[in-house]
Design a protein. Structure first.
Length: 156
């Protein structure tokens, strides 16, 4: 499980290959970057680039003040559902889950409907650009409730 999370001016980044590169852009934009991954080595590599490391999903979530925007980047499909399930007990009303992993739009619609009734927002952000996005710019296809997108926009 890899998590990115953001709160207002904070940006926490996933630490996989794309995440290491994706996390540098917000750092350059003076956002605070932190990251969590099940692979401690991946967390260490992103910490070496200036991000604040989190050793657990709990510690990552506790480092942010609600309302939080939690950015996840895991493979589309069941891994996204598993990650959201792991987050549910840690979210508070008003938090937003952002899926940056290019999920099928029907899955995103289902996830949004499930989260909205629990008091959370959901934003689907199809992200393209890979490791070149840092230099060339990322392409982000964003879908979600207008207010949730507006609130998360400074961190996207």
């Amino acid at each position: 499980m890899t998590i990115e999370a953001a709160h207002h001016g904070d940006r926490n980044d996933r630490v996989g290959q794309d995440g290491r590169e994706h996390g540098r852009a917000p750092s350059r934009a003076r956002h605070r970057v932190a990251g969590y991954d099940r692979d401690a080595g991946a967390v260490q590599r992103v910490a070496e680039k200036g991000a604040a490391p989190a050793d657990s999903l709990d510690s990552l979530m506790q480092s942010l003040t609600p309302p939080r925007a939690v950015w996840i980047m895991v493979p589309a499909g069941d891994p996204v559902d598993q990650t959201i399930h792991a987050l549910l007990a840690k979210l508070t009303q008003g938090d937003t889950v952002i899926d940056g992993g290019n999920s099928n739009y029907k899955d995103s619609q289902r996830r949004a409907a499930e989260l909205i009734v629990k008091g959370f927002s959901f934003i689907d952000v199809g992200t393209s650009g890979g490791v070149w996005g840092l230099r060339e710019g990322y392409s982000m296809m964003i879908g979600g409730e207008r207010e949730a997108v507006r609130a998360a926009a400074p961190n996207l």
